[in-house]
Structures are given as C-alpha cells and as structure tokens.
Ligand binder design. Structure first.
Ligand code: GLN
Length: 501
C-alpha cells in the first residue's frame, strides 16, 4: 500500500504546505486506492476523479505561489452523500433523488473548499440517513473493512469505511441519533457529533431537523479536531446555528490530558443487551483514564432508558414533515408523468416507488404520532421525555465534566442479521441517542478489539453544550494511552495492513 495513504490528515497538510509532497500525488494515491479496493468495500456512491485532480492541481499552484491556505489545504475528503456539493449528484442513498445534481454547495462543503480540501467523492449511507448499517441504502450496503461480512454501522457507514480502508484520510458525517459515532465505533475510527447548532445544516438533506448535526470523521483525534474547526461556527443561512466562538478543539486534542477531570460513568448504559467484550474494553479504558489522573465517579441518568422510545416518536414525526417535500414535482424521481395521470396519481406512484421500506415505516409512524387525536399522547409525551433527559444531563454536570459509556452495545453485526427486526436495529443507537436529545457534544473513540470476534470497540465521551473541547481532551488522552500500550494505532491491525487481504 502506498505510504501516503497511512499518513494522518495533519501530516499530509503539513507536508503539502511545505511542498514536500503535492496535493496532486496525494489525491492520485487515494483515487488509485479507491479503484483498487472499493469494489469490495463499496464506501463510495460517486468518485470525483477529474474534479478532485483538478482541485488538487489548483491548490498546488496556489501553494507554489506562496499562499498559505490552512492546515488541511490539499488534503482529500470523503463527503457523506447527504451534503449538497455543486455539480456532484446527491442521492441521500434514495431512488427518490437519483440523478439529482444540486445547483449549490452546503455551507460545510463551501467551508471545506475554502480550506483547500479536495473532494474525493460521495459516500454511501442508509436511505435519508435512517438506519444503523447502510443496509437501507437503495444502492446496496457498504462492507466493514475489518470483516467484509459485517456492517460498517450507519447511517454514515460509507464515510467510516472509507477511513478504515485508507481510501480517504478525512470524511464528513451527520449525526441525528448516532450516525457519526456508531459507524466510528464499529470501524475503529474517530467520530464526533458537535454541539447541535454549532455546525450548519444549510444544504444538508434534512432528516430530523431538531436533531441533525453535521460533524467530522477521521482516523485520529487531532485530524477530527482540525476538520471540526474548519466546518463549525455560525451561519447566516441556518438560523439554528449558535453565534458564539467555536470551542478550541484543536488545542484540546493537542493537550490530551485528563489530569483532574471528573469523569462520570453512566449507570444506565450497561448491563442487559451489552456484549461482555464491549463492557470489558470499556472498563479497561475507564481504568486507564483513572491511572492518567482522572477522577472517576458513577452517575445515574435514569431517563436515558426512555431516550430510544422517545427518539422513535420525535425522529419519525420530523421525518414525516421533512420528506413531504418529495412530491414528484420539485426534485428527482417522477413516475407516470404522461399527461394521463392526475397529480395525486403521480405523487402516489412516485412516493410508492421512490422511498424504501424504512423511509415508509418512519413516515407512517411519524404521521400517526402527529395526527390530531394522538399528538399529545405520542409526540407531546416524547417532547416531555426529551426535557427529562436534558435534566439528567444538567444534574450530571453538577458533579462531573464529561460522561462516558460504551459507544455501542455490541461490535459490528453481520450483514442481514438485523434487517428483519427493526427493534434490534434501533437498539444499535441505545448509547448515542441521549446526547442528540439534549444537544450536547459527544464523540466515539477506538479503545480496542473484542476478544470474541476481533472487531473494534468504541468509547463514547459526552460533554455539556458548547464544551466540545472536553470531548477532544478525553478522546486524545485515550488515543495517546492506547497507542503507548499497543505501540501503534488500532487501525494498524486492520486485516489489509496485516497483509491478510
Ligand atoms: N440509526 C438512527 C436512525 O436510524 C440514527 C440515524 C442518524 O443518526 N442519522 O434514526
């Protein structure tokens, strides 16, 4: 494997800025890598071959002219296919949007372009980001680079798998209930859900607007922090964005120090339904934090047990309104548009054919939860539970600086294992959903491999709203401690690098 592929984004950026290597050769190495392995992994829905090389050459020319474009200039980036990028087909992994080419960039894509990053392509996801395995994608699932028979998590499985298979050094994700963190955990990569409202949703295909949070995916904590600072911050195009300075996450990632930090272990995110190997790695990691000077306490958040059922009322309710815009008139697919059929018949046929089974399930659940007679009983109650979860967090912050838990209850499951059982699929996000309900930042960090199936395990770190730097401080400390213990990053153990594939 070309050694440029294993460098961190920070290192690539440094060498490109110093003109030790060119963005063009880095980009070419990644495009070749995609050609070589993505037939097996299927992380990408679209590869931006010519566009990427074009951008890379332009960045090289500007650097040669003496311009400094920032720490990530010239570094390749994989973009979840939920972000609009001008001129590149955007599908949200749905037949409904097949062939649609956005005429504009999402704010985050604009910021990445301004920072000189090179868009390699668009990555696979569950349809409209609903799922935990990429198996609801209309274009087929992505495979986990650690074991091709297993899922890469979801919805952002394509972004996570592109990192773990060294097809991209950085990727963009969105997290509504765990879609950055859960794929990160099961692929041995780093995934951060920033504070809700600290990253712009403008130009990101809407799923559940009160929860959707774009964020960085990377192989190292520092790389995630560099991407985080490049994309975060107030945006006049998204009124929910917070008009405050972005927490200094790069500095926190460099600090990597937990001395004196109060770390709360959440009582409720353990026990029944948790893989004993996941719990074992988690407890080892907590012990390492203690040894490194953190003060560890146990914290009860009793309403976290209600997070999943409340999420599956609020999220589908918002989905049912957001997906109403796919009416066969404005975007993408249009069926029976022959002048013989009424508008209603065209809409009915298009929505029937364009949405997959999971999207339909959520639209029906959500429409029911919002219906006149049931609104208070379902949607209203779920909103009250959301407040209770926020209160659990507020109470926890009186005694600790961060909360930790396993990032997922199990390691990556086998393709097909949970597709027939929506409840089993939904339970994949048991640990990640509380942070979405409350809005605070949370990250998933690799902490080892399961002794049973050899698959990666992740730890989740949660912090108060706009204290994203704390997530990075703990994550970077874990990364440092574990690299010392293993003598190499966890991803050095991915089968490809051991020469097993
Ligand atoms: N798996 C969760 C769901 O299906 C979360 C998805 C997400 O965060 N986009 O809704």
């Amino acid at each position: 494997m070309n050694e440029l592929l294993t460098l961190t984004a920070a290192e690539l950026g440094k060498r490109i800025a110093a003109r030790q290597i060119s963005s063009e050769e880095v980009t070419r190495a990644h495009l070749d890598r995609i050609d070589d392995v993505d037939g097996d992994i299927r992380a990408f829905l679209l590869v931006n071959h010519d566009g990427a090389l074009d951008t890379a050459r332009r960045i090289d020319a500007r650097i040669a002219d003496g311009e400094y474009l920032g720490p990530l200039a010239g570094v390749p980036l994989a973009v979840k296919d939920l972000f609009c990028a001008k001129g590149l087909a955007t599908t949200a992994s749905s037949r409904m949007l097949e062939g649609w080419v956005p005429p504009y960039d999402s704010t985050i894509v604009t910021r990445c372009k301004d920072a000189g990053m090179v868009i390699l392509g668009k990555t696979n996801l569950d349809e409209f980001a609903m799922g935990s395995s990429t198996e609801t994608s209309a274009f087929g699932p992505t495979h986990n680079p650690w074991d091709l028979e297993r899922v890469p998590g979801g919805s952002g499985g394509g972004s996570a798998a592109s990192l773990a298979s060294f097809q991209a050094p950085l990727a963009l994700g969105t997290d509504t209930g765990g879609s950055i963190r859960q794929p990160g955990a099961v692929t041995g990569t780093v995934g951060i859900k920033p504070t809700y409202g600290s990253t712009s949703r403008y130009g990101v295909i809407a799923m559940a607007s009160s929860l959707d949070t774009p964020g960085p995916c990377a192989r190292t904590v520092l790389d995630a922090a560099l991407l985080h600072e490049a994309i975060a911050g107030h945006d006049a195009m998204d009124q929910t964005t917070i008009d405050q300075p972005t927490p200094t996450v790069v500095e926190a990632a460099r600090q990597a120090d937990v001395t004196g930090m109060r770390v709360g272990v959440v009582t409720e995110l353990a026990g029944d339904g948790y893989d004993p190997q996941v719990e074992a790695r988690f407890h080892e990691a907590v012990e390492m934090l203690t040894d490194a000077g953190a003060e560890v306490v146990e914290v009860s958040c009793p309403n976290f047990d209600l997070a999943l059922p409340a999420y599956y009322l609020i999220q589908p309710a918002e989905v049912s309104s957001n997906l109403a815009r796919y009416d066969a008139m404005r975007y993408g697919l249009r069926i029976n548009d022959d002048g013989e059929h009424s508008a209603e018949q065209v809409m009915r046929a298009t929505r029937g054919a364009g949405f997959g089974a999971e999207a339909k399930r959520r639209i029906m659940l959500g429409t029911y939860a919002l219906s006149a007679g049931y609104y208070d009983a379902y949607y209203g109650s779920a909103q009250k539970v959301r407040t209770l979860i926020q209160r659990d967090f507020e109470k926890a912050w009186q005694t600790c600086d961060v909360l930790v838990s396993p990032a997922t209850p199990t390691t990556a499951f086998r393709l097909g294992e949970r597709t027939a059982d929506p409840m089993a699929m939904y339970r994949s996000d048991l640990c990640t959903i509380p942070a979405n309900m409350a809005g605070g930042p949370a990250g998933s960090f690799p902490i080892g491999l399961s002794g049973a199936d050899g698959m990666p395990v992740g730890m989740q770190v949660m912090a108060p709203v706009m204290a994203d730097d704390r997530v990075y401080r703990v994550g970077a400390a874990l990364e440092r401690l574990l690299n010392e213990k293993w003598g190499a990053p966890l991803l050095a153990k991915v089968p490809e690098l051991r020469g097993e594939r």
